[in-house]
Design a protein around this ligand. Structure first.
Ligand code: KE4
Length: 423
């Protein structure tokens, strides 16, 4: 363990819970200490001990262009001297909202917030207001941020830390959260049969990325759309990860399914704190101040965050998503082959610029199957890859991210590190 990182970590543990500002960064379930990062550029991280890593976390998704993209950096350098926050509308809010709405098929209005959690929390409140109903359907292992209603059988850090139930969240809140296994449309039909007229919304990650990477089976998303239409519930696509990563227009563009509301974050802020919820005008106009559904935020639409988001989306419009998907698919197939050659039970699902590694004999379709994967092997893999300069997600319940900055040399070095790993 490098020494400056460990010094900082022990000081951080004195000052902040677990020494981190977000639990999954603590690397607890991969038997490691977190690295403290000094700087990042392109596809690489540099820690405070001068060690260099090929980064497959990309700040959990935002850095699709790679770190410190020159155009994004320049946009921020131009924005900073103009002030950091006005608490009043600024042109950047109009420009970023217009860019998001133009990109996402079927989206008519948007509200900028400061995180994915704020986006999903607000979208749920709006759905409950619009329908006059309280219940929510979410999928086991999907993660929609840490607001109370979603902390039932959540993925990401909740699954990583095996946090039982929802400490601190009153039962009367989560009793309205109905759960179904991802990809199990029969279970969702059963919930609608039993609670149909009480269900305000179904929220889904159109591609699940918080239990490892789990793809929707053919017809799953379309069936959710049909069930919501039949019972008068709203369909919410949580595109905080998939938005602008699955395609420039997100899952809605890729799969051709039209949700009533959708949430975004990560990439649309270019690494600065931005979230967004939006969708059909008839719903969004009910958000204060044009309607009565209250939602607010001191730093929402912040000029720096808007500048980073605008520059990021502008750059992404010039990038070739097809080519990145092809390169990712080839890398994932090669990684699967290298690990399978060690007689390991391994699955490396991939879509667009995402992949994950399940040490499992069989393909993974839901959280229960993801949980049956061998976490001990994942820990061994994680630690050895990090020792060889490859920075993977510190949990099998996360997803590997690839950027437009990742090079063939990065992939080659990663495969060589995987080939050298001992299990
Ligand atoms: P934030 O509040 O962390 O900006 O976004 C919450 C969120 C909402 N929806 C989806 C699909 C998400 O994946 C997330 C957050 N993603 C995790 C990583 N899987 C954030 C990492 C962390 O918690 O530190």
């Amino acid at each position: 363990m490098p020494d400056r990182s460990s010094e900082l970590y022990y000081e951080a543990c004195r000052l902040m819970p677990g020494g981190v500002n977000s639990p999954v960064r603590a690397c607890q379930n991969v038997d490691s200490l977190p690295l403290f990062i000094d700087r990042a550029s392109g596809s690489h991280l540099f820690d405070v001990d001068g060690c260099e890593y090929i980064d497959y976390v990309l700040s959990w998704g935002p850095m699709l262009l790679g770190h410190a993209d020159p155009a994004v950096t320049q946009a921020l350098l131009e924005a900073v001297p103009k002030g950091t926050s006005y608490g009043a509308p600024c042109p950047g809010e109009v420009e970023l909202a217009a860019a998001v709405i133009a990109a996402v098929p079927g989206m008519e209005m948007a509200r900028m917030v400061n995180s994915g959690t704020e986006a999903t929390m607000s979208a749920l409140r709006l759905a409950r207001a619009v329908t006059g109903r309280d219940k929510l359907v979410k999928f086991i292992g999907c993660y929609h941020g840490h607001s109370d209603s979603f902390l039932a059988a959540a993925g990401s850090g909740v699954a990583t830390l095996s946090i039982p139930g929802t400490p601190g969240v009153p039962d009367h809140v989560v009793k309205d959260t109905l759960l179904a296994p991802y990809n199990d449309i029969d279970a969702v039909e059963e919930l609608f049969r039993e609670h149909g007229k009480e269900i305000a919304a179904v929220i889904v990650e159109p591609v699940a990325a918080n239990m490892g990477l789990v793809l929707p089976v053919p017809g799953f998303l379309d069936s959710l759309r049909k069930l919501c239409d039949t019972f008068g519930a709203l369909l919410i696509f949580d595109e905080v990860i998939t938005g602008f990563r699955l395609a420039y227009g997100g899952a809605q563009a890729r799969f051709g399914i039209d949700p009533d509301l959708a949430t975004f974050g990560k990439i649309i802020g270019g690494g600065l704190p931005v979230g967004c919820f939006g969708g059909k005008r008839k719903y969004m106009e009910q958000v204060a101040p044009s309607g009565d559904v209250y939602q607010a935020g001191t730093l929402s639409g912040n000029p720096l965050a808007m500048a980073a988001g605008i520059a990021t989306l502008k750059r992404l419009r010039t990038e070739n998503y097809e080519s990145l998907q092809d390169r990712t698919a080839k890398f994932a197939a090669n990684l699967a082959a290298v690990l399978a050659a060690k007689n390991l039970p391994v699955q490396v699902p991939t879509i667009a610029s995402m992949f994950s590694v399940f040490f499992n004999e069989n393909p993974v379709h839901n959280f229960s199957e993801a949980s049956a994967s061998d976490a001990r092997l994942y820990t061994k893999f994680y630690k050895q890859m990090r020792e060889r300069g490859i920075y993977l997600a510190p949990s099998p319940f996360e997803t590997g991210m690839i950027s437009f900055a990742h090079s063939e040399a990065d992939f080659q070095k990663t495969l060589e590190a995987a080939s050298a790993a001992k299990f």
